[in-house]
Design a protein around this ligand. Structure first.
Ligand code: GDP
Length: 305
């Protein structure tokens, strides 16, 4: 992923570094190339514009142009702004490499509510996260499917739960999402579960009924984390979906799935800047261990080579 972007930026930077002295016009020409590379990677236009404006403002100053290694300085400014754009800037809430971890230390049972459109990879991501919480955090997790719309959605989570070795709430036919959420919390308290993952229903589009259901579930379950699952391959649509959800429910982060198949990376690059929400994890395959913590600084390093 990011291969084309990485190649194009690499060429621009090689030229910049190769010159002893830089004029303002050289920086502006290079930034034009960077802008095109970002747009070709499907970065949202306002994000690309803002990025170029910030880099240019910092890079055309005397202290950079008159320095001994102006090209390197410009590349460093691009690097820093890229990290900031991905959510790892100096004021971000993440750790050193910008990763914003899950909040799991609240009073148990901690509730993680998974939201998103149908087919985004929500159920798979719920199981991946359950497994990760059990294995990496050493906590007792339980999952419950609140998806009463899609036939077999509840069974799908039960099957994945077995593979992930994470318990799922027994299915009661005909029970509605809010009641399932209540039952999941009661069961979790009785069984000393640390983290409850609620896999909510998806729809084909963002609509009022979906949002009303999300809000009703959230008011009963009082989740510590509300994670939106979106498909990286849908590019700018993924960012728009995130914005719509974010307007309605208090999202704490995003899981970007199918990054294994996304050559361009526009959703990953624009998500934070457009929505203000951190990408917490990336889905990188169908298997249950194909979930990676998202580290802005490392992603920036991968792009800039
Ligand atoms: P849901 O409708 O949102 O619950 O979507 P599912 O969890 O059922 O996922 C739909 C399909 O996407 C399944 O075939 C998953 O295996 C696949 N999938 C989910 N996440 C990823 C991912 O990160 N990478 C790849 N390649 N496939 C994924």
């Amino acid at each position: 992923m990011f291969d084309a972007l990485s190649d194009r930026l690499g060429n621009t930077f090689d030229r910049l570094r190769g010159r002893g002295a830089l004029r303002e016009q050289d920086v502006r020409d290079a930034m034009r190339e960077v802008r095109i590379a970002l747009l070709e990677a499907d970065v949202a236009l306002p994000v690309a514009r803002d990025f170029i404006a910030k880099v240019t403002e910092k890079a055309v100053g005397e202290s950079v142009l008159k320095s001994v290694t102006p090209g390197q300085q410009v590349v460093k400014i691009v690097n820093d702004e890229l990290v900031a754009m991905l959510g790892g800037g100096a004021n971000a809430e993440g750790g050193e490499d910008g990763h914003v971890p899950l909040t799991l230390d609240a009073k148990p049972p901690v509730v993680i509510m998974m939201v998103g459109l149908q087919g985004s990879g929500k159920t798979t991501s719920t199981a991946k996260l359950g497994k990760l919480i059990r294995e990496k955090h050493g906590k007792k997790a339980m999952m419950a499917s609140l998806d009463v719309n899609r036939p077999a959605a509840q069974e799908q989570l039960a099957v994945l739960g077995e593979q992930a070795q994470v318990d799922t709430l027994p299915i009661i036919e005909g029970q509605q999402p809010v009641d399932i959420a209540r039952r999941a919390l009661e069961s979790a308290k009785l069984r000393n579960v640390d983290v409850v993952l609620l896999d909510t229903a998806g729809r084909l589009h963002v609509d009022e009924a979906l949002m009303a259901e999300m809000k009703a579930v959230a008011s009963v379950a009082t989740p510590t984390e509300v994670l939106l699952v979106v498909d990286s391959l849908t590019g700018q649509d993924a960012v728009n979906v995130a914005q719509s959800f974010s307007d309605e429910v208090p999202l704490t982060g995003v899981i970007l799935t199918r990054m294994d198949g996304d050559a361009r990376g526009g959703a990953a690059l624009s998500m934070r800047a457009v929505t203000g929400k951190p990408i917490k994890f990336a889905g990188v395959g169908e298997k249950l261990d194909a979930l990676e913590a998202f580290h802005p600084r490392r992603v920036a390093e991968r792009i800039l080579g």
